[in-house]
Ligand binder design. Structure first.
Ligand code: HEC
Length: 188
């Protein structure tokens, strides 16, 4: 190998290592949209057992909600939209949902509706007439993955994302606490 080739090969090796490290420790956001613990979690949902309509809406959601951040952000979000009646019922049957705190599960009427509208109001948002489908999907999907038999694994996953985020990105964590997106973990 001549000198130039050796230099080129070592440069490539350095690049590969750097890329691997950033893929591991950095979230994939596409614009200046801050970072959230959510961005480090799963980027797909297994919808194989969802009704056909929801499978279709999942596609719309996946295409439209990934223009600025990836869909990891909504997929791993603490938001769970329930009506006031559903909240009253769940408090009796699954009180744990409300004991884990809003960093893990934030159960509120209209919460996804509010956030879909908030995203739609951002410049360049491609959601447009698909807002209602995406909202329906998020409401349905959150009930599947954050309640009932999946509640325990949801709590474990989200807790891990939060703790890692606080440890690895303390500045971004503080930012989200100061703007009210997160409650301080363990009082700080
Ligand atoms: C035009 C860019 C853009 C698009 C498209 C977009 N988002 Fe966002 N998203 C942002 C920004 C910026 C933030 C940071 C918080 C804020 O400004 O509201 C954010 C934050 C979020 C959060 C975290 C909110 C929190 O406080 O925990 C969720 C969840 C979310 N987006 C879901 C969605 C969904 C669902 C869609 C599709 C309907 C979507 N986003 C499409 C820009 C976008």
């Amino acid at each position: 190998m001549n000198r130039l080739k050796i230099i080129a090969v070592s440069l490539l090796a350095v690049l590969a290592v750097a890329t691997a490290a950033s893929a591991k420790y950095k979230p994939t956001v596409k614009a200046d949209v801050g970072i959230y613990p959510n961005d480090f979690g799963a980027t797909t949902i297994d919808v194989s057992h969802y009704p056909p309509k929801m499978k279709l809406y999942y596609k719309v959601f996946s295409q439209k909600c990934q223009a600025c951040h990836t869909i990891a952000r909504p997929i791993n979000s603490q938001f769970l939209e329930l009506t006031a009646d559903e909240i009253a019922a769940a408090k009796k049957t699954q009180p744990e949902i409300f004991k884990v705190g809003p960093n893990i599960i934030k159960a509120e009427p209209k919460i996804w509706s509010r956030y879909v509208h908030r995203m739609m109001s951002k410049p360049g948002c491609p959601v447009k007439q698909d807002g209602k489908k995406i909202w329906e999907f998020l409401v349905f999907d959150s009930k599947q993955r954050k309640m009932g038999k999946n509640l325990k694994s949801w709590i474990a996953n989200r807790t891990k994302l939060l703790n890692n985020f606080k440890k690895l990105y303390p500045k971004d964590y503080q930012h989200l606490v100061s703007n009210g997106s997160l409650q301080p973990i363990g009082g700080k």
